[in-house]
Design a protein around this ligand. Sequence first.
Ligand SMILES: Cc1ncc(COP(=O)(O)O)c(C=O)c1O
Length: 432
Amino acid sequence: MKENRFKDYYNKLISNMPYPDQFVVMDKQHFYATEVFDSQVNKSFRALNLCSNDLFCFTENTRVKTAAMEAIDRLGASNSGAHALNGRSIYHQELERDIAQLKGMPYSHLFLNAWMAVAGFVNSYCHFGPPLPGFDLSKPVHIFADTLSHACQMSAANNATKPLGRKAADSPNVHFHLYKHLSAKDLKKRIERYCSVDDRILVLTDSVFSMDADIAPLPEIAAVLSNYNNATLFLDEAHATGMLGTTGKGLLEHYNMQPSDFQSLGIDLIIMTTFSKFAGSAGAAISSFNKEVIDILNFTPTSIGTISLSPPLCAATSESIKLLLGDNELPKRLRRNTQLIRDQLAIEGFEVLGSTPVIPIILPNDIHPQEFARKLLHEHGVWVSAVWYVSKPKIRIVANSELTVKQIDEFIKAMVSVRESFCMPIQKTCIK
Ligand SMILES: Cc1ncc(COP(=O)(O)O)c(C=O)c1O
C-alpha cells in the first residue's frame, strides 16, 4: 500500500518534471550538428542546438580545448583536494589574474559552481568577520533579494541563519527579505522599514535574470545603497558576462560604470562570475576589492570542505577570457544575432521577454512547451529548452555569436510551422 503510494507520487513527479535522461547528446561535430537521442521515441536526431548557454561556442574552440588538454597533461584531470588542504595550482592563480582583468576587481576566489560560490560568500558574510567596516558580526544582517533572483541566491539566503558545516548554532541576527522584481524603489522602502542605522545590508540580484532575460537596474540600486554605511551589493553575473557591455564584461560595462564608482559611493561590491555560459567550461569566482573578504572564503565549507576547480576547467576558462578580451567582434556578433532573432520572432507575432541573448518565448496558453519543443526537434531538427516547472511556461533559447543568418531563418520558420500545426486552422488569433 505504502509502496503504491510512493510509486504514484514518483510517477506523477516524473511525468510533470523534465527528465534529463530523455535527451542524451551522443555526438557533436558542431553546434548545429549535435546528435541527440530521444529516449521517448528511441531515436536519434541531428539538431541545431539552441538550448546551450555556450555564447561564443568556446566549448568547440580549438584554443580552449587545447588549453584544457595541456593542463590535464601537466597536472592531471583533478587536484584531488581542497584549496586550503592541497594548496593552489598555477592554473588557479592564472585564472584569478584573468578574472581581475575581466571584471576590474583585484581579488577572486574560485569555487566549483555558482551554488557553492554564493553559499560560501553569504555564509562567510553572515558568520565570519574580517576586520573591515561593514563586517561587524555584532550587528544584525538584513539580506534583500530580488523576487526573481536565481535559486542559488535564494537558497544561500534561506540557509544564512545557520553557519554552514559542523556547528548546529542558529543566528537570530540574520533576516531575509524579498523586494519587487527590478524595483529599487521597493528595495528602498523595505530597507527603511526593516533596518536600523548600523545594521548590515546585503543585496543579492542577478545582473541578467535567467528566465525573464531582463537587466537589473544597477544605477538605481547603487543610489539607494549609497545612503547606508554598511551596504554590500552582490551581483550574480552568470548570464551577464559575455552578454552585456561593448566588450562583454558585464552589467557595470552595460551602464558605463566602474567598480571604483562603488568604492566612492561606500558600497562593498561583490561580483560572482560563472564559467558555464560565456566560457567553454564550468565553475565560479567571487571577486572583491578587499583581500580580507576573499581570504576568508578559503575557510568557508564550500571551499575548505570540497575539491577545488580542476586544472582543465581553470585552463579552459582562462583561455576563454583571453579570447573574449582579445576580440570585440565576438560580443558584437552575439548582439547582432540576438537582435535578429528577437526582431524576427516579433514580426511573426511571438511574445518574447527581456532584451538579452537569453530569449524566453511565451506560447499561447493551450500549447504545452514540452509538446512544442518535441515537434521542433523531431520534425525540424531544432533543439530548444521547454520550461514549465520553474517559471512561467515558455520556450527558452540562448543566442550565440556563431549562428548564421540561414540558421536563424530556419529556426524562425520552424517556430512558425510548429505553432501553425497546433493552431489549426492557421489564424493570427492563435497568437497571444
Ligand atoms: C543567474 C544564475 N546564477 C547562477 C546559475 C548557476 O550557474 P552555474 O551552473 O554556472 O554554476 C545560473 C544558471 O543558469 C544562473 O542563471
